[in-house]
Structure formats: C-alpha cells, structure tokens
Write a protein that binds this ligand. Structure first.
Ligand SMILES: [Zn+2]
Length: 242
C-alpha cells in the first residue's frame, strides 16, 4: 500500500507520500513527476508501482502538463502528449485522473451519482486564476450536481508556512479573501487550501475533506519550498466500474 486511499459511494481518492519507489536523492523515492530532472525509467517504474498498489492499470492514468492556469479538459483516455492544462474531467469509470504536486494543492472531486470525476492542480496562481471554479463548472456541464460532489484536498503547504511578500498576500486576497493568512512566525502568508475551500463552497460544494498534512512540515512528503530540487506527489481520483 502506497500513501492513503479511501472510497465512498464508488468514488476513489488516493494520495501518495514520498516512499515506496526507486528514485535516488533528491527524488527519493516515489517521485511521480516527469519534469523535475529525475530519470524517466525511474518515474515509469514509480508510476507503475503506485498504480499497482491502488489496483489501477498504469496505462489508465491521465497525467497533465500543469502550467498554473485555469484550462480544464474533458478526457476519456490519457493524453498522447500531456496537455498543458490544470484541470481534467472524465465520465469514464476506472480512468484515474492524477495531479502532481510538491506544496501546491491537489483538488479531487467526484459526483458518483452522475458518474463524473474531476481533478485540479491549484497552487497560488491557479487559485487566483480560478481553476477550481472552472473544474466545477465543467463537471456541471456533464451532469454533476454541486451538492452531490464529494471533494478532497491532498497534502499541501499550509497557511502557517507559506510565507509571501505583503503585496502578494494583498493581491491574492483581493481575488480570494479567505486565502489571507499569517505564518506561525507572524509574517504575511497565503492559505491556498482555505481559498480552494471557499471557492468550492461558493459553488455549492460543501462535502470537503482536507488532508491534515502540510508538505513543508512533513518529512514524508515532497516540498518544493523546503527542498527546491525534489520529486512530486500524486493524487488520484477515479470512479468504480460497475
Ligand atoms: Zn505548514
């Protein structure tokens, strides 16, 4: 078993930590990111191990080329060449949607009744750009009902750790007031998860469970802010095939 995995009403949510893979330092060991300088064969092996651990077909996982934007693609298979999007939606059971992070917030959504799953990569720029509202809207266009959507956010840097310049805190809060925060040492910060939660609630998605893990504080998770050159965690959502 790699990381954590839970399911509810036929929707599965899984989050890796950094252990159980084959990559060497500074990517040790379960680096799932393909654009961080790690050996491609190691990343393939790690993705294969993670999929096997979750009971997934390694070829049935959709990976994005994340660019901190708000574009959302509707998919029924993995991209031939990872598309530059930060959100994906599928109606296909057993097709897993994956988000890569090392401090940014992975957002997983599912409406098991409608049979619609969605995933988004929301760092500070994605929060401000509105990738999460865009994801909910795209899911609604395909039959999802916000009140039925089950939501998860995965391991991410917390508001007590994510220090930013004062002007940056102001500009984020101008778009998403709930993201305004202060570090544990009293300087300006941004709470991306709080902002994501507010964006979801504003669209009627209230069934949210938030990971308790702060990537910067956890030695078991990759953190870009702490380590700079490091691996990527993956968060997966998929619908059970009936
Ligand atoms: Zn923290």
């Amino acid at each position: 078993m790699i990381g954590t995995h839970d399911s509810t009403s036929g929707a599965h949510f899984a989050f890796t930590d950094r252990w159980g893979g084959v990559s060497a330092a500074p990517y040790e060991s379960l680096n799932l990111g393909g654009r961080v300088g790690d050996d491609a064969a190691n990343v393939r092996e790690n993705r294969s191990r993670a999929a096997a651990s979750l009971g997934l077909d390694p070829g049935g996982v959709v990976w994005m080329h994340q660019v901190h934007g708000r574009a959302v693609a509707v998919v029924d298979r993995p991209f031939a060449d990872d598309a530059p999007v930060d959100g994906i939606v599928t109606l296909r059971p057993a097709l897993a949607l994956a988000v890569l992070t090392a401090d940014c917030t992975p957002v997983l959504l599912a409406d098991p009744v409608a049979g619609v799953a969605g995933a988004a990569h929301a760092g500070r720029p994605g929060l401000v750009a509105g990738v999460v509202p865009a994801l909910v809207e795209t899911m609604q266009e395909h039959g999802a009902v916000p009140e039925r959507i089950v939501a998860r956010t995965g391991p991410a840097v917390c508001g007590r750790c994510y220090e930013v310049p004062e002007e940056m805190r102001e500009s984020v809060a101008a778009e998403v007031p709930e993201a305004y925060a202060t570090t544990s040492w009293g300087t300006p910060s941004v709470d991306v998860v709080a902002g994501v939660r507010a964006q979801l609630e504003a669209r009627g998605v209230t069934s949210l469970e938030q990971s308790a893990v702060c990537t910067m504080e956890s030695a078991d998770h990759f953190s870009y802010r702490r380590e700079k050159t490091t691996g990527r965690l993956a968060s997966y959502v998929w619908l059970e095939a009936n």
